[in-house]
Design a protein around this ligand. Structure first.
Ligand SMILES: C[S@@+](CC[C@H](N)C(=O)[O-])C[C@H]1O[C@@H](n2cnc3c(N)ncnc32)[C@H](O)[C@@H]1O
Length: 161
């Protein structure tokens, strides 16, 4: 038979064991839920690209997962305007459009890729039923976390300071 004092000691010991165990389980469950939600967020949208600090300048685009040669990386809705609509810093962000004076203002992540003369990404303009799109695709296999670059073209740097 336990005395009342023995029973109290036993309850205190139990609390010393139970509270840390519950805390550890709570923290681990929180971590697991966080990892699950993050994975579901990127898998749910099918997103292959995230914008992060670039290895060459300001922001850049990075692969969220392994991408195979030929894969479409992103279909970016675009607004086709004329060169008269574009000025200042925006000149450094737009693409050429369907005519010499047309310019594409590209949405999604499309305008934030940096330049490389050995690019891992290329793009083409497509007229979809919803409007103009800039379609970005992989020129080679790309590893997870690699920065994504397309070429701005030979003229780009010579026409700027
Ligand atoms: C379309 S933006 C690219 C996103 C830009 N890094 C940002 O943070 O907004 C074009 C600008 O990025 C910079 N840039 C792009 N590629 C670069 C490179 N390879 N080296 C240095 N700067 C680059 C130039 O300043 C250029 O005007």
């Amino acid at each position: 038979m336990f005395s009342l004092a023995n029973r109290n000691i036993l309850m205190e010991v139990n609390l010393f064991v139970i509270i840390p165990v519950v805390l550890v389980i709570g923290v681990m469950a929180g971590l697991a839920i966080g990892i699950f939600l993050e994975k579901r967020a990127s898998a749910g949208t099918g997103a292959l690209v995230a914008i992060k600090a670039s290895t060459v300048s300001g922001r850049g685009a990075f692969a969220l997962k392994k991408i195979s040669e030929g894969d479409i990386i992103e279909r970016c809705p675009a607004l086709e305007v004329t060169d008269r609509d574009i000025g200042g810093e925006l000149l450094n962000y737009v693409f050429y459009g369907s005519t010499e004076s047309a310019r594409l203002v590209v949405m999604g992540n499309g305008m934030l890729f940096n330049h490389s003369s050995t690019p891992n990404v290329a793009y083409y303009r497509e007229q979809s039923t919803l409007g103009v799109e800039l379609v970005l695709y992989a020129l080679r296999d790309i590893s997870k976390e690699e920065e994504l670059f397309y070429s701005y073209g030979d003229d780009w740097w010579t026409t700027r300071q």
